[in-house]
Design a protein. Sequence first.
Length: 144
Amino acid sequence: MARYSRLPKKKDNGKLKAEVAKEVASARRKQHLSSLQYYCALNALQYRKRVAMMEPMLGYAHSQINFLKKGAERFSKKLDGFLTSVTNTVQSIQEESDAEIEAMRVSQQDLLSVGESVYTPDFDASPVINKNLIQKAGYLNLRK
């Protein structure tokens, strides 16, 4: 117990602390950047998934209408109106997703434009340590 409760005689190296703080800040920045890119990619995929089912179905419906126009002019007008409304809906969804993607890019740029002080670790405001003591007894051998 006495062996492990002795205080080291070596002084703290401020330069080493500054280098470690820089490394921590750069690692946090890289992790934040990669997570932002990951979430942006997931959101873009989700927006594309909304429209992905509708486009082939619209193409199939258009081809069926063109085929049936030869024999049934009466139904084609109703189906044309339906397909026009569905096409307009899909286009509005596409425009909405494009607007959301752009807003997401703008918010990502805003998040990336914050200062480096956000990524630097907090320095503890611990009291001055008396390093002249050879050993210290107390609860959990706190350095005070």
